[in-house]
Design a protein around this ligand. Structure first.
Ligand SMILES: [Zn+2]
Length: 505
């Protein structure tokens, strides 16, 4: 629902009070308020540019005081194309032609002995294969008063070959075929994640940790994107059975939903009132709801899937804190989870996440949100769950349901070019703050020079400097405890880092 004026006044007042609190603390002199100002950066960037030189650049241009560095890059794509960051003084690396490690930390020899899933073995034949970044960076970071966080993103099924044993823990779809990523209920996968965290926090003097998966659940996969529903592996079947959820009925429901959506895709009439398919004569949404009424198990199955992810994130946090109580351990919330996946938002609130996290970091890329909303949401739902709506109707529904002001946001034809702007950052950070209360900090993931994927390939998308500065300011206006320059340092022009830095000042 759009924010009512009364609520807006209330939240604006809260944000002002928060800023006054900060000013009071700062004026009192102790402790001096210092927000987290971070950057997401790949190990290879630090090595390519030289650690000292790179840290100086980050500090001078953007007042960076915290480094979020990948400890493993199994998830990563292979080649940045049309990346704008050509002003770093070193050539933009062609990952396609590089032989780099996927694991950037050292594990104890016996940590993964006998385990189903393993890590890549250290290999000095690889470029930087004999370097230990998290060890090497400690002193230079400390000298500059910078903190070092490790950052982990889950790798999907496409990266199976990079992780020994990963193929044994992948999800299974409704037809028994392999799915899109690791199964969150697979005990061998969980064990690998937990041992990885235990090793990481034990072996390195980390100040912080960021963990998160960029995936949603089977209902979103089917209804938004027409992707096969997962997971129906033996571990998921056992878990759901124990909860009293009938696996056969859940699978039958998902199979029917999948078939329905596939038939809508094949005869998509987006926004036209003529319905030619008998199975959607009552409208797509009613047809979907009919299946869900007849198979309510699909909702429980979807919910349990999200609970499994929560359990992993909670355990990651618990392990990290048990080894190093003062570590700043938090959650990466990807763009679909932060900004448009209705099922995820319904199942897991920020407040719930905050029960097991020191901070929450939602992605709030104000520029990318435009094309992502246009092509990853509207364009996908028009051939599926919202086939009965025009693109513009669908966009207005989105604005209304997700708390945006339609009168202040672009229509369909301007979404690509305009994005959602700094006000989107303000609203999302404020929503997150309201949900977590004092339970956790909120770091806003600010998007900088993020290239945009279009059907033909990746296009450069330079950030507007004034909008970028405003996005940082609006994140703090909403009460953010920190901002994180995202997505990757090797995509950011130095001039954009300066614009980000002006927001900090
Ligand atoms: Zn499973």
């Amino acid at each position: 629902m759009p924010m009512k004026r009364r609520d807006f006044v209330k939240t604006a007042a809260l944000a002002t009070l928060y800023q006054r609190d900060l000013a009071a603390v700062s004026a009192a002199g102790s402790p001096r308020y210092k927000p987290m100002v971070g950057v997401q950066i790949a190990p290879v960037s630090l090595f390519d540019e030289g650690i000292d030189r790179c840290l100086d650049t980050l500090q001078e241009k953007a007042s960076i005081n915290t480094l979020f560095i990948y400890s493993q890059t199994y998830h990563a794509g292979t080649k940045p194309k049309n990346v704008l960051a050509t002003d770093h003084g070193v050539p933009v690396r062609d990952f396609f032609k590089s032989r780099l490690p996927y694991l950037w930390v050292r594990n104890s020899t016996k940590a993964f002995a006998g385990k189903v899933v393993q890590h890549e073995k250290p290999n000095s034949d690889l470029e930087y294969g004999d370097r230990d970044l998290f060890h090497e960076i400690q002193k230079p970071a400390e000298q500059r008063g910078m903190r070092v966080y490790a950052r982990i993103l889950e790798a999907d099924a496409r990266r199976e070959a990079r992780i020994p044993g990963y193929k044994h823990v992948l999800t299974v779809d409704h037809e028994g075929k392999r799915g899109h990523g690791p199964c969150w209920n697979n005990p061998h996968y969980r064990q690998w994640v937990y041992t990885t965290i235990r090793e990481l926090v034990t072996n390195y003097g980390l100040d912080g940790l960021q963990y998160g998966a960029e995936r949603t659940g089977p209902l979103s996969h089917v209804l938004y994107r027409g992707v096969t529903p997962t997971c129906f592996c033996e571990h998921c079947v056992r878990r759901n059975k124990q909860k009293g959820i009938d696996p056969d009925r859940a699978k039958a429901g998902f199979s029917k939903l999948y078939s329905l959506i596939k038939s809508v895709e094949s005869s998509s009439t987006a926004g036209k009132t003529t319905r030619t398919q008998p199975q959607t004569a009552d409208g797509v949404l009613s047809s979907v709801m009919r299946i869900i009424y007849q198979h309510p198990e699909v909702l429980s199955w979807d919910y349990e899937w999200f609970q499994a992810d929560e359990e992993i994130c909670s355990e990651v946090h618990r392990i990290a804190k048990s080894i190093r109580p003062d570590i700043d351990s938090g959650r990466h919330v990807d763009h679909q989870r932060s900004s448009w996946d209705f099922f995820y938002r319904s199942a897991i609130s920020y407040g719930r996440m905050a029960e097991n996290a020191d901070y929450i970091k939602p992605i709030v890329y104000h520029e990318s949100m435009g094309p992502r909303l246009r092509w990853w949401v509207l364009d996908r739902v028009k051939d599926r769950i919202f086939n009965d709506l025009s693109l513009e109707q669908s966009l207005q529904l989105y604005y209304g349901l997700f708390g945006h002001d339609p009168s202040a946001q672009p229509g369909v034809k301007d979404l690509d070019r305009k994005g959602l702007g700094p006000e989107y950052v303000y609203r999302e950070v404020l929503r997150c703050k309201q949900s977590v209360g004092k339970q956790a900090k909120v770091y806003a993931g600010i998007g900088i020079d993020i290239p945009w994927y279009v059907p033909k390939g990746m296009e450069p998308r330079p950030s507007d400097p004034a909008q970028l500065t405003a996005a940082v300011e609006r994140a703090f206006d909403a009460g953010a405890d920190g901002v994180l320059a995202s997505r990757e340092y090797n995509e950011m022009r130095l001039s954009s880092l300066e614009a980000f830095g002006r927001g900090i000042q």
